[in-house]
Design a protein around this ligand. Sequence first.
Ligand SMILES: [Zn+2]
Length: 253
Amino acid sequence: MRVRFRGKVFGKKLINFSAPTRTANEAVLGDLGWWELKVRQDKARLKLLRRLMDYEGGYIRNLLSDDDGDWLRYTDKVLNCLDINREVARYLDEKQWRGLLTNRTQAAEEKRWRDAMGRKSKLRTYRTVKDKRVFEPYLNFDSRRTRTLLTRLRSGTNFLRIEKGRYENEAVEDRVCYWCDKVEDERHLLMECDLYNDVRDHVQEMWDKETPQDKNTAFRNLLGGMKVGKEERGITHQIINSTKMREAFLKRL
Ligand SMILES: [Zn+2]
């Protein structure tokens, strides 16, 4: 299977895009820069509406004038959500109509996506590293394991105590690191815990010295929030080795 996406073929890597089933939709779709299937279907329906208006034939005229018909009722509902009057389609050409639909859908979806993100506590890290719904460069990293781990760390659906403790109904302050007793979340793993100091120091040497980073930027970058460049190697090294080290340490407990 190959998937065409914005004119580029991402087939191979998309198949490899694997996230645990509990991963929040907002994170998966957000990182792919995709809209939900329903939204894409609704947009296709509205494009069709514009095309149908050019026909004067009997059946289609009935379809478009039957205000009680299911097709039109649902179509109007979608238009309503986008704050578009159906009659506008009559005096816009296809290109203008498509443009209007894209703008309104994008705005409505961004808002819905942001609201949903705000409601989910497990997306705490995601909210800090993601502000636009666009395809994330880390999904093109060479290492499949890194891509998967990054999705898990970004989305909060992962192996860390902050998430595991949730399933056991532990209070947040009790979801602590086995090594140092501080709350173990994504930032703790990548930026703070002493257990991973060696890995971190080694990676520091791989970063470009000319781009000094504050802690927040560094955290975002580590989680794949930058254009893929020479840093890919450093990020891959830290993500893979920190998680390996963690597993090895837990085995010895
Ligand atoms: Zn720790």
